[in-house]
Design a protein around this ligand. Structure first.
Ligand code: FES
Length: 324
């Protein structure tokens, strides 16, 4: 089990709506300030239907004024976290962790291409600011559904000029990952953050181009899948359990609530620690992680319980590698 986060009390110093659905929250923690590095996230204690839970949000800048700035997208399919965060006004009290970084920016490389899809701009923005300040050779491609959904676009445009490419899908534009990778210098690094489809496509294009795996870094958010987020049931015959998973809970949450001993770390589909064996699936498994390869996902032998799920029906699993 990973070390417990270093929690501290905090207050909302200010809020600002960046787009109709993205709100910037400036969080002032109590005690010694731990500065975030580009790509860092903080965990935030949230209340979801009377239940205490946590959510992870990328920090969008270096916090030189002692504030953690996070941008929260209001999601129609929210499990309750974004709704709670949007309910917080300036002065509201909350608890946050110190920053941690699973999406680190390696400084000193000869070229960087940054690609952000939707709310994936949050860690990418902090990277773009740091790289621009360091005078690095960089390019940023930022895609959103509509022009109004592009948070930070004006500021990034001023900072980066022609090094910024905005892609608006409602205007018929798409990120051309093949062309993007093909035009990168041989020793360039690619950083991707966005929905699972963008990350998987990026991984495929990168591998097809014969680029070194270590020069591709990515992070996703576990809320995006190929199927609708619906309730389903998990059966664990070895433990004699049948566990309902509501649409606003992850499979991992529901299993822990039912007393199943699980191990986990990222809760974002990245580390693979929460994976369990699939015995039978009455329907397609919506693999929402970036831990398993395309081949492993197609084999449907395991799934990451923190993000992946079934669009309804019954999933039969075994937790034989776990303590219970
Ligand atoms: S906890 Fe890391 S992949 Fe699920």
């Amino acid at each position: 089990m990973p070390a417990a986060p270093d929690w501290r009390r905090a207050r909302i110093a200010a809020t600002q709506d960046l787009t109709p659905d993205i709100r910037l929250l400036a969080v002032e923690p109590e005690g010694a300030f731990v500065a975030p590095t580009p790509g860092s996230h903080i965990q935030v204690g949230v209340q979801v239907e009377e239940r205490a839970d946590t959510r992870s949000y990328s920090v969008v800048d270096a916090g030189r004024d002692g504030l953690y700035r996070i941008a929260v997208k209001r999601l129609p399919t929210s499990r309750g976290g974004s709704r709670y965060m949007w309910s917080l006004a300036a002065g509201a009290r909350l608890t946050v962790s110190a920053p941690a970084n699973h999406f680190e920016l390696a400084l000193g490389r000869s070229h960087y291409t940054l690609v952000a899809g939707g709310i994936g701009i949050t860690p990418i923005r902090s990277m773009a600011l740091a790289l621009a300040e360091a005078g690095a050779d960089l390019r940023l491609i930022y895609a959103a559904r509509t022009r109004a959904d592009l948070a930070f676009a004006d500021e990034l445009s001023t900072l980066l000029g022609e090094r910024l490419q905005l892609v608006v899908s409602e205007e018929g534009e798409r990120i051309d990952l093949d062309a993007t990778v093909a035009t990168m210098p041989a020793c360039g690094e690619l950083y991707l953050c966005g929905p699972i489809g963008l990350i998987e496509a990026g991984k495929r294009v990168w591998a097809k181009a014969g680029r070194p795996a270590a020069s591709l870094r990515f992070e996703t958010f576990g809320s995006s899948g190929r199927y609708a987020t619906l309730p389903f049931t998990v059966r664990i015959p070895r433990l004699g359990l049948e566990i309902p998973v509501p649409e606003n809970r992850t499979m991992l949450d529901a299993m822990e609530d039912a007393g199943v001993a699980m191990i986990h770390d990222c809760r974002r589909g990245e580390c693979g620690l929460c994976a369990v064996h699939i015995l039978d699936a009455a329907g397609p498994v919506d693999h929402r992680d970036v831990f398993f390869s395309d081949e492993e996902k197609a084999a449907n032998a395991k799934l990451c319980t923190c993000v992946s799920r079934l669009p309804g029906g019954v999933l039969t699993i075994d937790t034989a590698d776990r303590a219970a």
